[in-house]
Design a protein around this ligand. Structure first.
Ligand code: KG4
Ligand code: ZN
Length: 320
């Protein structure tokens, strides 16, 4: 990454095929594959760029939130590299990096409502600056991508489930099944979402299948599930945008690649919607490097004692 905007090279190593048999990410496999591949990914990235290692003048690495084993592999490698090359190191937050990703494609003025929808996170946040994020809503149970993956896994549709459900939903009728919207309980935050009830309701539909209708029923279930999952989010996003008087909504994360979500959000009246290209929605190194540049160019860096964390500590929650 040059000047925080110009992408010189990027290598994405995907482990999906190793996790596919389990319909979800297996932490031990994830860290073992990181250890196996990280040196090669770095080498390929250098080759692609045509640069020498000595021309690198800063290193950004994800240090949270996520699977600690995988984070440790990346952070340890980055520390070794920074030490050997005698350059600055900066640890960045994965959620902030997703929310920063659209800046790689266009200028976005702060503040905006950030929506991060991935396999591990469902976050609605007021974003005031690249490093000032106030979480206003989140999932109280499964992340939205996790719900897609679990439903798809249950019906044997393959992994990552979101992609498989998206494909089938395009051929299904979302009105064929009606799934209950989750009820908020006393004490729940008005911009929070919940997926465990919806997931159970969808899985229970299986009982009602008849063999002759199997494929059509799956497509209809996918369409109805997708609509219920996305509509729940949209209602929170629209309410939060109104409550915090934010007219710009920026979405990221793997589920932001969902066809119905993209379409429905763009149709919401009165909002300027920013959706990164599909390659920047899912996990990528460019967003980490670009956010790292913001810190490094301001002289903010981490020491070689940089630690990893499964969660993001200190995210403020805003209560209206
Ligand atoms: O952000 P991401 O690439 O990785 C992290 O979890 O950090 O998100 C992956 C998630 C998976 O749960 C996957 O099923 C979901 O994004 N996903 C989708 C679509 N593409 C990926 N969900 C719904 N529709 C899609 N088109
Ligand atoms: Zn991610």
């Amino acid at each position: 990454m040059a000047d925080g905007k110009q992408l010189i090279s990027q290598v994405v190593a995907t482990q999906i095929e190793y996790h596919r048999p389990y319909n979800g990410v297996v932490p031990e496999i994830a860290s073992r594959k990181h250890t196996e591949w990280i040196q090669n990914v770095y080498q390929r990235c250098l080759e692609q760029s045509g640069l020498q290692a000595a021309e690198i003048d800063g290193i950004a690495v994800t240090c949270r939130p996520g699977l600690v084993g995988s984070l440790l592999v990346g952070v340890s490698f980055a520390k070794g590299l920074a030490y050997a090359l005698e350059v600055q190191l900066v640890g960045v937050d994965h959620i902030l990096a997703h929310l920063y990703a659209p800046h790689l494609e266009r200028q976005i003025a702060y503040p905006f409502l950030g929506v991060l929808l991935s396999g591990g996170h469902t976050v609605i946040a007021r974003v005031d600056a690249f490093d000032e994020v106030e979480v206003v809503g989140a999932s109280i149970d499964d992340a939205v991508g996790e719900a897609f993956d679990k439903v798809a896994g249950y019906f044997g549709l393959g992994y990552p489930g979101g992609v498989e459900i998206d494909k089938r939903a395009r051929r299904g009728d979302p009105g064929a099944y009606r799934f209950p919207a989750p009820r908020l309980h006393k004490g729940d935050h008005p911009f929070d979402v919940s997926y465990s009830g919806l997931k159970t309701a969808v899985v229970n539909q299986r009982e009602q299948f008849r063999d002759s209708q199997h494929e059509a029923s799956i497509e209809n279930i996918c369409a109805a599930f997708e609509k219920a999952a996305v509509d729940m989010l949209l209602s929170r996003v629209l309410n939060a945008a109104e409550r915090f008087r934010l007219r710009t909504v920026v979405a990221g994360g793997g589920v932001a690649a969902n066809t119905y979500f993209r379409q429905a959000l763009c149709e919401a009246p009165g909002l300027t919607v920013v959706l990164p290209s599909l390659a920047l929605c899912t996990d990528n190194g460019a967003m980490v490097a670009a956010l790292g540049y913001e810190y490094l160019s301001r002289g903010r860096f981490s020491g070689l004692d940089l630690d990893v964390s499964a969660r993001t500590p200190g995210f403020r929650r805003a209560y209206p």
